[in-house]
Structures are given as structure tokens and as C-alpha cells.
Design a protein around this ligand. Structure first.
Ligand code: LLP
Length: 382
């Protein structure tokens, strides 16, 4: 909920901007810290969800590590104060310069996605006379039952190594002197709301654990990636950390001394952020009225790209209910935040909040149409 006092302060600010409610973020972090502490799980925050420097500092203060997918993300994490020994580096296409920099920085682990990638890491580590820890990202072929663009563990996915290639991977690793295999890594998708999906993942993880044990390969780290979904319909609802952690605890057979690592992004940062925008014009359409707002798909691309639903609130009107298509100013028909939704009678100048936008909102903003990037405002600055 965005309070009346906060809304009154929005009037002094240039729209559109991201508003981050730090009481929500802090309470999410508190629960995550407690639940991960109770179960002994290690958290690496997925920076791709939101790498705003202020957010990074707050998340870091809980002692979590970082999950990065580019050298620039690693550099941002280190700049914010994350300990390189708690940084993992994922991605199907790490470039040579990114690998070199990450080796030099002494990160914890490379999550590797192919034999050719591991060969390049071996060569580059050898040049720096270093031994590098890696985990194998394995495609367990578990359908995440989420939008197809954020499903990453099915046959057609570019991500991960197929289980039928694992023999070849072990053979290749046996010739490498600068690589130490420490873990197995999984990430089957994002915005996963069915707990049964995670349960299937756990079953596959157990099978793979046996596969490695049968070959006397010692796996120290089991990393289950991110993926826990949030409730976009109810922006004030906290993520289901307790259920999720209990499930991982109950269904993964961790071996003695093994650590379980996670890479949550959306579940940490999603619910604390809203995109705040002002209504520019109300315009009659054939079957609906358009509320044209000053935020567009350049500020929040999720509805255009994934047909994502975000709850939209008119913060400044209490009028009778009408139906509107809420659209942005960009020259693309996909620049539509919601179609035919109920809002109190809406006028030019009203403030609109697009809720649950903390994750993959600001982080995916672009300058298409040469628009300015959205600003960010924190609740404690108001
Ligand atoms: N680990 C890996 C290897 C990942 O690829 C991702 C997300 C995460 C962790 C964090 O997942 P999360 O807990 O946030 O679900 N832009 C899309 C989401 C893309 C997710 C990409 N990978 C969206 O707006 O829905």
C-alpha cells in the first residue's frame, strides 16, 4: 500500500519514476534471512532483477552473495561491497574478457553451460596460473509452467548441459588442471508459482546426485537457481519463502557436508517497487477509453514482452468505476500496460502506480525513442 502522505509527496517529483518502499524490502529480507538461516541455505541475490546501487547495498547488508550474468554485474556487485568469494557467474555466452576479469577478481564459482565454455575457462585460468571453481549448469528437463520466454529447462532451451553430455564433461574435466568442479547448478525458469514444479526439480536433482556419487565425483554445492514467483494480483503479499524452503529441505537429499545455494531475484525485490506515472490524456476509443500515461514500455517492458500482468492503481481518484486501456506514449501497439481494466474515473494529472515492478522493471528500462531512463525514489528520502 502506498500511503496518502507518500502520494502527496509524489506531486513534487518528475514522473515516471520507480518508487521503492524500503519497509517492504526490509521485511522481505528479514524473512529471507531467517528462513535461509534456519535451513542453512546460502543466498546469492540475482542482480539482473535490479542492480540499483542503493538496492544492492541494502541486500548486501544481510550478508548475502551475488549471482551475476555479466562482468559489468560482477563489477557493480563488487563496487557495492559484495565479497568476490560470494559471487557466482552464470550465462551461456561469457566472453573471454569477462572470464579473464572474473578470474582476476577471484569470484567464488563459474556456473558453466557447455564443454567449449569450460575449455576456454581452463585456457584463461592457466594463463593467470589460477585454479577456478566451477559448477555445471544442468538442464533437468523440468517444465517450469511459466511464460515461454522465461522457461529455461526444457528440450529447446539454450541453457544448461544435457544429462546425456555429462559423461563427456567429466572426461574433458579429467584433462584440465586449472578447473575444480565443486557443484551442480539448475535454473528452470522464473515466476514459478506451482510448488509442484520445484518438487519435480528436487526429484531430478536427487537422481543426478546419485549419478555423480556412482562415479565418485564429490559435489560440494547444489545450486537450485532462482525462480520463486510473486503474486502480481496482490502486490502487498509477501513471497512464499517458508513453503519453498521447507520443500527444498524436505525433498532434496543433501549429502553430508553439502551446501544448498539459491539465486533469488524477483522474490526479493519484486513487491517493493512500483512504477509511478502521471496520466497525460484520456482518449475515446471504439470500445474502450484509453488512459495515456507518461510511462511506457521503455520504463517497464514486462507487459509488452511477456504479456505480464501488473496491478494498476489510480492513486488520486475516488470517482465511479470505468474501464480503461492503460497505455504508454511509445510508437508501438505493444506499449500497453493493461486492457479494459477497472479504474476510478481517471483524469489528466492523476497519479498511476504500476505495482510489483521492483524486479525486471528499472533493470530492463531502455532509451528507445530516445526517452530518458526512469528515475528512482526511496521511501526514506520522502
Ligand atoms: N539464476 C539464474 C541463472 C537466472 O537466469 C535467473 C533469472 C535467476 C537466477 C533469478 O530468477 P528469479 O528468482 O528472479 O526468478 N525478465 C524476466 C525474468 C528473466 C529471468 C532471467 N533469469 C521477467 O521480467 O519476468
Amino acid at each position: 500500500m502506498i500511503s496518502k502522505t507518500t502520494i502527496s509527496k509524489f506531486r513534487d517529483l518528475e514522473t515516471p519514476f520507480y518508487y521503492y518502499d524500503l519497509s517492504v524490502l526490509n521485511s522481505t529480507l528479514k524473512t529471507l534471512k531467517k528462513e535461509s538461516g534456519n535451513s542453512g541455505f546460502k543466498i546469492h541475490y540475482a542482480l539482473k532483477a535490479n542492480a540499483n546501487p542503493r538496492i544492492l547495498k541494502i541486500i548486501l547488508s544481510q550478508g548475502f552473495g551475488a549471482d551475476c550474468v555479466s562482468w559489468n554485474e560482477i563489477a557493480a556487485a563488487i563496487k557495492a561491497g559484495f565479497d568476490p568469494s560470494k559471487i557466482v557467474f552464470a550465462g551461456v555466452g561469457k566472453s573471454d574478457i569477462e572470464i579473464k576479469n572474473a578470474i582476476k577478481a577471484g569470484i567464488f564459482c563459474f556456473n558453466c553451460e557447455s564443454i567449449p565454455e569450460i575449455e576456454v575457462i581452463e585456457q584463461l585460468a592457466s594463463k593467470q596460473k589460477k585454479t577456478v571453481q566451477i559448477a555445471l549448469r544442468i538442464n533437468p528437463l523440468v517444465d517450469a509452467h511459466t511464460h515461454k520466454y522465461i522457461t529455461t529447462g526444457i528440450e529447446e532451451s539454450k541453457f544448461g548441459i544435457h544429462t546425456w553430455e555429462l559423461d563427456n564433461v567429466l572426461r574433458a574435466l579429467s584433462t584440465m588442471k586449472h578447473i575444480e568442479l565443486i557443484g551442480i547448478h539448475f535454473h528452470i525458469g522464473s515466476q514459478i508459482t506451482k510448488m509442484s514444479v520445484f518438487q519435480s526439480l528436487c526429484a531430478h536433482i536427487n537422481e543426478l546426485q546419485d549419478w555423480f556419487t556412482n562415479r565418485s565425483v564429490d559435489i560440494k554445492v547444489v545450486n537450485v537457481g532462482g525462480g520463486l514467483g510473486i503474486d502480481y494480483e496482490n502486490p502487498d503479499k509477501a513471497p512464499m519463502f517458508t513453503e519453498y524452503f521447507n520443500l527444498l529441505h524436505d525433498f532434496i537429499d543433501l549429502k553430508h557436508g553439502q551446501e544448498l545455494h539459491l539465486e533469488p531475484g524477483r522474490s526479493i525485490i519484486g513487491q517493493c517497487g512500483s512504477l509511478i506515472s502521471k496520466v497525460l490524456y484520456i482518449k475515446n476509443g471504439c470500445n474502450t477509453m484509453f488512459a495515456i500515461i507518461d510511462a511506457g514500455m521503455t520504463d517497464l517492458i514486462r507487459p509488452a514482452l511477456y504479456q505480464a500482468h501488473h496491478k494498476i492503481e489510480n492513486l488520486t481518484s475516488k470517482g465511479s468505476i470505468y474501464r480503461y486501456d492503460v497505455v504508454g506514449p511509445i510508437c508501438e501497439s505493444s506499449d500497453t500496460f493493461a486492457k479494459f481494466i477497472e479504474l476510478p474515473e481517471t483524469h489528466r494529472g492523476d497519479f498511476i502506480a504500476i505495482r510489483s515492478a521492483g524486479a525486471y522493471g528499472e533493470a530492463m528500462a531502455s532509451r528507445y525513442n530516445l526517452r530518458d531512463l526512469p528515475g528512482s525514489v526511496f521511501s526514506d528520502e520522502m
